[in-house]
Design a protein around this ligand. Structure first.
Ligand code: PAF
Length: 285
């Protein structure tokens, strides 16, 4: 496995390789990321090349968020990526990727990017789309894999690739969940590292609240606003500060309607840590 820090170096290393699978990350990797790399490897086959990028992208962090403290663990990440079948790690410095302030940005449409995560993190998806588009231009992958854990991000990227006619197949990777005793089922996330052991057990309350929302819908309840308000209140009662818990259509994240595949999505702060999770659900008429 090669570790490359420059755009020129990466282009030179990739020149002989046509079939390229790409997994963009911000590092501080866990098994969920490694599963995406394994998925990219399986998709490109043994003759293809798997590239993972590690770059903590300032553009997608608001000033009050954790850009400065986001864990940078390059040596450990590289060892894990090598074990997962990655061929090339691209880890540019900030001055390599943004040699001057990034004035040109990719701004996704408001109806998809200013709701849910984008509502609570204004500008987040512009930061994500700008860096992902730039990384796509640098790596020029034939396919890229993004985790379903960031459900809205996956959707925003899919639309960007379609509207910009980028010749890249976008694949979603299933969310990996903890098997550790006490926190079985907790969606793996780099930010779980901020949680104490007690908070990890408590963190399961978020996915349970999403499950409860789906169960009520599947049992025939249709008062969506009241169901969502109850789910938020249940978290508040347990000391959380929820941003949203909601049931949406899978295909465009509009409000749930009967007869369409759904996804329950939630974001909530537990102590100082903001967690997100989602669960897909089959259509119910
Ligand atoms: O999901 C992430 O880790 C980031 O949003 C991404 C896609 C690597 C862009 O910085």
């Amino acid at each position: 496995m090669q570790l490359i820090h420059t755009i020129a170096g990466l282009r030179e290393a990739l020149a002989p390789h046509r079939e390229r699978g790409f997994v963009p990350t911000m590092g501080n990797l866990h098994d969920g990321h490694l599963a995406l790399v394994q998925q990219a490897r399986a998709l490109v086959g043994p003759a293809g090349t798997v590239v993972a990028s590690i770059f903590v992208n300032r553009l997608q962090f608001a000033p009050h968020e954790d850009f400065d403290t986001y864990p940078r663990t390059l040596a450990r990440d590289c060892a894990l990526l090598e074990g997962a079948g990655c061929d090339i790690v691209f880890a540019p410095s900030e001055s390599e990727l943004y040699p001057e302030p990034q004035g040109y940005k990719v701004v996704p449409p408001a109806e998809l990017a200013d709701i849910l995560e984008g509502h609570f993190r204004p500008g987040f998806f512009t930061g994500v789309c700008t860096v992902v588009h730039k990384l796509f231009n640098i790596v020029q992958p034939t396919l890229a894999v993004f985790g379903k854990k960031d459900y809205q991000q996956l959707m925003v990227i899919r639309r960007m690739v379609a509207q910009m006619a980028l010749p890249i197949a976008i694949h979603g990777g299933e969310t990996r969940r903890s098997e550790a005793p006490g926190s079985e089922g907790l969606a793996l996330s780099s930010r779980n590292g901020y949680l104490s052991e007690a908070e990890k057990a408590e963190a399961l309350r978020l996915s349970r609240a999403l499950k409860a929302l789906i169960a009520r819908w599947q049992a025939g309840e249709r008062g969506l606003a009241a169901m969502e308000a109850d789910a938020m209140q249940a978290l508040r009662d347990a000391g959380w500060a929820p941003d949203y818990l909601t049931l949406r259509r899978q295909h465009d994240l509009g409000p749930a309607v009967a007869g369409q595949p759904l996804v329950a999505l939630g974001a909530a702060r537990l102590g100082k840590t903001r967690l997100i999770d989602n669960l897909e659900a089959a259509a119910v008429s």
